[in-house]
Design a protein around this ligand. Structure first.
Ligand SMILES: [Zn+2]
Length: 439
């Protein structure tokens, strides 16, 4: 997966939270299902915004980029987005981009102008594929900019020649810096290879960013992404609402003022292609739902899952009574990642677990509660307030030990207890099964 990352010149905003959560959930689900996922997400560490920010703050572009990249990772950590496997930075890839632009110039699909190098979109037969519009329609709707030497308003910059005092890199077609669209096509092809599976980003990137990435790959004769994923907008409601939203100016602010899991639950409760509304009311609603989940965790002393660790299905045991739930959730998520349906099924299971426990069927109730915990964990949502936070491996040992005890296989139960102790846990027996906590 290649997921277009941020340009680091400001605090992450709410839209950044949406796309990182949506594709984090997809990544976690693929991994849970046993796929081997390589997740690449870039950092754009040079562009006009960074240059302007450095001027305004009287500092350097490098310091702006480093400062806001740190803010980015802090926010990602708090929102529970797992770190990408590879994080390419644009400034580390300039030489590769120069080589790529030379190919496009040699093939005559790019042209030189006084202020840089441009891509000629008329040379790509199916330009407009991702936008879902023909070239003529796109051209008619395009904004004509003054002072640019483009042949067509849709043509885009592959390379911008350096103005005085701007950072620049050497190139045979004039010192300068790469365009954003070139950055992503070069880095994704280099790190994931031709014909990679999935290229993702927000709906705002579908056109022109992704269209232009694809156009360059097509023009260079390089098979590109097989599938594209675009997540919906973040709505902040009407004017009245945005006034009351004054508090949530950035993702960083939102995370300081709310349960950091609330945004993930809102994302899970909407389909990834639909718009999502972030407001004090929707956040409060998500926090109430989280309270229900945490109450389940306390009642059944569930171990805390999710976080940086990506769970896999085989880490868990699925008692027969939970297999229907498991199958329903798998079916929902495998159908274009229908998280709202899966979450609805999981909340129904929460009610069922509580009802079962109320009527005295503690074993079945606990099985169901653990399945709910495991499936929310697979989506990156941790239930809190139960037992100490543990990884999936320890959780699996606990469940295997309970099975061994139920089967009166005391030798196996003792062996599993020793394994847990070796992992640093204090192990206790309770009426509802094995409890582990840190000593
Ligand atoms: Zn991109």
């Amino acid at each position: 997966m290649y997921v277009c990352g941020p340009t680091v010149y400001d605090l992450p905003h709410l839209g950044h939270g949406r796309f990182t959560l949506v594709w984090d959930v997809a990544r976690r689900w693929f991994t849970f299902q046993g796929l081997r996922v390589t997740y690449v997400s870039n950092i754009t560490d040079i562009d006009d915004n960074i240059i302007n920010r450095a001027l305004a703050d009287q500092t350097t572009e490098v310091q702006v980029a480093q400062h806001y990249e740190q803010q980015w990772w802090d926010a990602m950590g708090r929102i529970g987005v797992a770190t990408p496997d590879i994080v390419p930075h644009a400034t580390q890839y300039v030489a590769e981009m120069v080589t790529f632009i030379e190919v496009l110039l040699a093939d005559d699909v790019a042209y030189l102008a006084d202020d840089g190098v441009y891509f000629d979109v008329s040379r790509v037969a199916d330009y407009g594929l991702l936008a879902g519009q023909a070239l003529d329609t796109l051209r008619a709707g395009a904004r004509v900019e003054a002072n640019v030497q483009k042949r067509s308003p849709l043509d885009f910059a592959l390379w911008k020649k350096a103005k005085p005092h701007e950072p620049s890199w050497p190139a045979p077609f004039g010192d300068g810096r790469p365009g954003w669209h070139t950055e992503c096509v070069v880095m994704s092809l280099d790190l994931l290879g031709e014909d990679f599976d999935l290229h993702c980003g927000g709906l705002d990137l579908r056109f022109p960013h992704h269209e232009n990435e694809r156009a360059q790959a097509v023009a260079a004769g390089r098979p590109f992404a097989r599938h594209w994923g675009h997540n919906g907008w973040v709505m902040v409601g009407d004017e009245k609402m945005s006034k009351s939203l004054g508090n949530f100016t950035s993702l960083t602010d939102l995370l300081e003022k709310t349960d950091s899991r609330a945004y993930r639950l809102l994302v899970l409760r909407s389909h990834y292609r639909s718009p999502i509304e972030i407001s004090p009311a929707t956040i409060a609603d998500a926090e109430r739902a989280l309270a229900r989940l945490d109450a389940l965790a306390r009642r059944f002393e569930l171990v805390e899952l999710a976080g940086a660790h990506l769970e896999v299905k085989s880490d868990f045991d699925w008692p027969p009574s939970t297999r229907d739930l498991f199958a329903e959730v798998v079916e929902a998520l495998d159908e274009d990642l229908d998280t709202p349906l899966a979450v609805a099924q999981l909340f129904e299971a929460v009610s069922r677990a509580n009802t079962l426990a109320d009527s005295g069927d503690v074993v079945q109730a606990r099985h169901l509660a653990r399945a709910v915990n495991a499936l929310f964990g697979a989506l990156g949502l941790a239930l809190k307030g139960g037992a100490d936070s543990v990884d999936g491996i320890s959780q699996a040992l606990v469940e295997r030990r309970d099975e061994a005890r139920n089967a009166r296989n005391w030798a196996e139960a003792d062996r599993l207890r020793d394994e847990l102790v070796a992992l640093g846990w204090t192990v206790e027996d309770s009426g509802s099964g094995t409890l582990i906590r840190r000593p």
